[in-house]
Design a protein. Structure first.
Length: 557
């Protein structure tokens, strides 16, 4: 190793990134791909901002183009893709509109590299990440399937593969259980001597610990968790809240005031987080994350309390023996299906979750068709839930009702070109209106006033969006499912007393939607019923829900 390479290596190992960047930038010689990679990586390790991302992406790309047929070029391309995806996420978080990213160029580079190198796991992982941002579910699952076939999945990629299959109807519940059990093998187990012993609180009150990465930005989880936190008996229970998100805002501050203790564990490694929570001597630990993006699955595998429960964040089995219970209701998991879930099922009496409602005045809004003279359907679900089958069904509905339109809006930033292409193939793109995110949550809620009938997604049903629509007295048409995740819409409509809006299959879904659109009296009567009954129903009746919830906790064996 020559003197320059040794100096570069030392600076990198010592994390002296500013000096390293200065050194490489001022070399008189042409920078080879290896140097360009080190330079770009150092930029991103030093600081992630718009300028550093743009420079690093440019350097990764240059390194790839210099030696695209060599392994160093392959490494550069993988870095180029991952840095581009990370930059996209950065722009979304910062709410910066930017069109400098060229995903089509990346896809072209990948196709060339696949011809040259064939299957390479790191490259395929990076492309799965890219296609998530492009909202191309089929491509995401294609890459994860390839990684599975080659036995190259890790914990993060396997959990993502399981999660993304919830968006399609290709998997049966047996497969969710099979692969969720497999996932447990990828999570770390820590030596007992590194961990504080598990102990109960030892006092007259039951101490409950809730773990979530979503107590921020009025996330959907907060509206359901708030029902519990504002109605629990402080003489019988203590509630500790563990936050797995570095960023905190006014939502976080609000929730800190609702609990006995709040601790942020986002920066703690697994062992430190486990010990931190175990020292609090929690009696029952609740996982509100499951295998969603910011999960702390490994903490629950290593046990935080003697009793552990999965609730809210992920509506399927975790396949983890250390999770004792899964909270559901009789509409979601049938007794004959319990063997398809690794957890023991806690059946709440009415519904598995209850929305805390909103602080705004609730008004009975007339159906907008009365002023528009045409029917407006709507879905404010995450665009990832709108798969090819959903688009085909929705397109057939629009074609059957002259002048009808469909309003779509997603709470998550997603590229919509792929979705537009699917609607275009079904010849209804001109009838679809894509809405941008609103400045305020009140503006978001008021958009429901533009909708006559809400259309649920399948098999991945809406939950928060259905509660929102119903709060705004908009009926939701849903379809029967085959597991917890795909029956949420059923449970919501059953508990609201509008079972007639639960379709048996896709054809029935279309017929219900079309018939309701053409029957103005029936539509108005249903909207009136929803307005009159929703708040007293199990969907929003916090007192009833908390009675059922805490009785279930009291009766745990």
């Amino acid at each position: 190793m020559n003197e320059l390479n040794l100096e570069i290596l030392n600076l990198f190992q010592e994390k002296r990134y500013s000096e390293l960047i200065f050194l490489i930038e001022n070399l008189n010689e042409n920078k080879n791909p290896k140097l360009l990679n080190i330079l770009a990586v150092s930029r991103l390790l030093k600081e992630k901002n718009q300028q550093s991302f743009l420079k690093a992406i440019s350097e990764f790309k240059k390194a790839y183009l210099l030696q695209r047929n060599e392994n160093v070029g392959l490494e550069s391309l993988t870095n180029f893709i991952n840095a581009s995806v990370d930059f996209y996420d950065y722009l979304v978080r910062q709410r910066i509109e930017d069109n400098k990213l060229n995903f089509n160029e990346i896809i072209k580079f990948f196709e060339d590299a696949k011809i040259e190198f064939g299957y390479r796991p790191q490259l395929f992982l990076s492309m799965a990440r890219l296609y998530k941002r492009l909202n191309d579910l089929d491509k995401v699952l294609y890459f994860y399937n390839k990684l599975y076939e080659k036995n190259n999945l890790n914990f993060n990629s396997l959990s993502s593969w399981i999660f993304y299959n919830n968006y399609k109807k290709d998997w049966k519940q047996e497969q969710y259980l099979k692969f969720s059990k497999l996932l447990a093998n990828y999570a770390s187990s820590y030596e007992t001597d590194k961990l504080v012993p598990i102990q109960n609180s030892g006092n007259s009150k039951t101490r409950l610990g809730f773990l979530s990465a979503d107590i921020v930005k009025k996330h959907s989880v907060t509206y359901f968790l708030k029902t519990i936190l504002t109605n629990y008996d402080k003489n019988k229970f203590e509630i500790y809240l563990y936050i797995n998100e570095e960023y905190e805002d006014e939502t976080t501050s609000e929730f800190k005031k609702l609990v006995d203790k709040c601790i942020n564990i986002a920066k703690l490694n697994d062992v430190d987080a486990i010990n931190k929570i175990r020292k609090d001597r929690i009696d029952v630990a609740f996982d509100l994350m499951g295998i969603t993006a910011s999960n702390r699955y490994t903490l629950f595998k290593n046990k935080l309390a003697k009793k552990q429960i999965s609730w809210l964040g992920y509506c399927n089995t975790l396949g983890l023996n250390q999770i004792d219970y899964l909270i559901a209701d009789p509409n979601l998991i049938y007794s004959s299906e319990e063997k398809l879930y690794s957890e023991k099922i806690i059946y709440l009496k009415n519904i598995w979750s209850c929305h805390s409602g909103f602080v705004f005045n609730r008004n009975e809004t007339p159906s907008p068709m009365l002023r528009n003279n045409f029917i407006t359907f709507g879905s404010f679900n995450n665009f990832s839930k709108i798969n090819n089958n959903v688009v085909e069904v929705w397109a057939n509905i629009l074609k059957k009702i002259e002048g009808s339109q469909l309003i779509l809006k997603s709470s998550q930033k997603k590229e919509i070109e792929n979705l537009k292409t699917i609607f275009k193939k079904n010849n209804v793109l001109n009838s679809v209106l894509f809405l941008e995110n609103t400045e305020s949550f009140k503006e978001h809620l008021d958009l429901y006033d533009k909708i006559d009938i809400a259309l649920d997604t399948f098999p991945y049903n809406g939950v928060t969006t259905s509660f929102e629509a119903i709060w705004k007295n908009v009926p939701v048409i849903t379809m029967k499912g085959y597991n917890f995740n795909s029956r949420c819409g059923e449970s919501i409509n059953i508990n609201l007393g509008i079972e007639e809006l639960i379709a048996k299959n896709e054809e029935d879904y279309m017929n219900i939607s079309i018939n309701l659109a053409f029957n103005k009296n029936k539509l108005n009567n249903i909207r009136k019923k929803i307005f009159n009954d929703a708040l007293s129903s199990p969907l929003f009746n916090s007192e009833l829900f908390c009675k059922n919830f805490f009785n279930a906790i009291d009766n745990l064996k």
